[in-house]
Design a protein around this ligand. Sequence first.
Ligand SMILES: [Zn+2]
Length: 381
Amino acid sequence: MKNILNFVDANREEMLELWKTLVSIESGSYNKKGIDTIANKLKNILEAENFTIDILDFENAGAALIGKSKYEGNEKPICLTGHMDTVFKDGALEKNPFIIKEGKVYGPGVIDMKGGIVALVYAIKALNSINYKKRPIKIILIGDEEVGHANSNLSKVLPEEFKECCATFNLETGRIGNAIVTQRKGCASFILEVYGTAAHAGNDYEKGRNAILEIAHKIIDIQNLTNIKEGTTLNVGIVNGGTAGNVVPEYAKATIDVRFLKKDKLQEITEELEKIANKTYLEGTKTKIFCESIMHPMEVIAGTKELFETLRKTSLELGLDEPYEKTVGGGSDASYSTMVGVPALCGLGVQGKYQHTDKEYGNLESLFERTKLLAATILKL
Ligand SMILES: [Zn+2]
């Protein structure tokens, strides 16, 4: 283990150089050129580390990179994953270039998650420096995470790619305080639409069927499905309806965000929502409901606890703070891993704060610590 730690210490300058290079290529989710440039740069770096790399090209989305170390043996691969796109629009870099100041590193995407990519690359280099051959390593880096694979087929490809692995480490943004994400809620978006009858609010009030009134009753029923204790929440986040103050509204629409810890829960909630849609409070109104999108939860499954324990012990051995497990409400691509039965840990990238804003920063030392932690943990598996 000592040798991989020394390797990281000896390559600090080079690591910072790569971090700067990656941050200095703008790669917002709609900047296909920038994402493709990063993918190709990483392809070259990883091919030199004895990886076979496939670049998946998409017409309207940034490229994805799938790589595997050359390996002879029967062990299943360890997967290292993350994304190359950022939430930032072109031009963000000019106002907020890569800089290091008082132990903090700034720039768009610096921790979400270009720092994580550097840690991934140098963990691999460190392992290669000691001729690590125990298990194959698989890399999945994608270019449209921040937009939920809206314009690629990755939501179909990813489960297939994760399936063959034994464990997944996602180099997403690390949290200050050393929380490691072992569980992420799933998220589904539903649209509820109510059709009533329009009428003049003064002359024909009784002929009208108020779609807003009907949806108001239903919104209360929907919110009441929330069960904080079991981790299920329903949030009616957008309501639209009506055309003018003096018209009984003909139409109303609500957008509902559902979060859940176990994928079976979604079926249950879907049935409850359909029941609410089918119940009529105001005679003469009609209601439709449909699910617009689903992101599966990253679940604690067989192997998650052991994987976390290995990481926790390794962290203590390295003299780093003790990691603890955390559940969060937001999704990540690690959910595609647990979906196919491969345990995952997430949030292993550079620790910092304020991702998705121009105040985003990472702790400089954390880059080296997280690289060591990743490489040393892999060594123990
Ligand atoms: Zn991210």
